[in-house]
Design a protein around this ligand. Structure first.
Ligand code: ZN
Length: 150
């Protein structure tokens, strides 16, 4: 395993063991649920959108480390951001997950990286069946945002 793979593995395991914003929200919020039958992953999301900004979020779910770590990283990435920024982030995440081996990899040390910890998931590309695990949280987020009329 390369040093980078090792680092990515640690980031994923950290999010899996210490998920960010796990729980539920009370009060008015959007809710969406998703699952990935090919792996048995489940993910649910509570989301508060105010004036086009995601002001609060909470996640529930169970499944493999990739699916749950992806959700935890997504929580870190979206709260406090505008819906426009988050939609841009979603696009960048999808691009990252569909880069073919042999394409230029993303450089995690480059300045201004917006994906942050999420870049640890790019190693998942090597295992196409697991891409659905990494995508689950994001597909659920898309559902929640659709309820907000996006
Ligand atoms: Zn999975």
């Amino acid at each position: 395993m390369s040093q980078l793979d090792e680092l990515y593995r640690e980031v994923i395991l950290d999010h899996y063991r210490n998920p960010r914003r796990r729980g539920t929200l009370s009060g008015n919020h959007l809710h969406a649920e998703g699952n990935n039958p090919s792996c048995g992953d489940e993910f649910a999301l509570d989301l508060v959108v105010e004036n086009g900004v995601i002001t609060d979020a909470a996640m529930q779910g169970q499944g493999c480390s990739i699916s749950q770590a992806s959700g935890s990283m997504m929580m870190d990435a979206i709260v406090g951001r505008s819906v426009d920024e988050v939609e841009d982030l979603m696009r960048k995440f999808k691009v990252m997950m569909t880069i073919e081996d042999g394409d230029d990899p993303l450089d995690p040390d480059r300045p201004g990286s917006v994906l942050g910890d999420l870049e640890a998931l790019q190693g998942v590309r090597k295992f196409p069946v697991r891409i659905k695990c990494a995508d689950l949280a994001w597909a659920t987020l898309e559902d929640a945002l659709a309820q907000a009329g996006r």
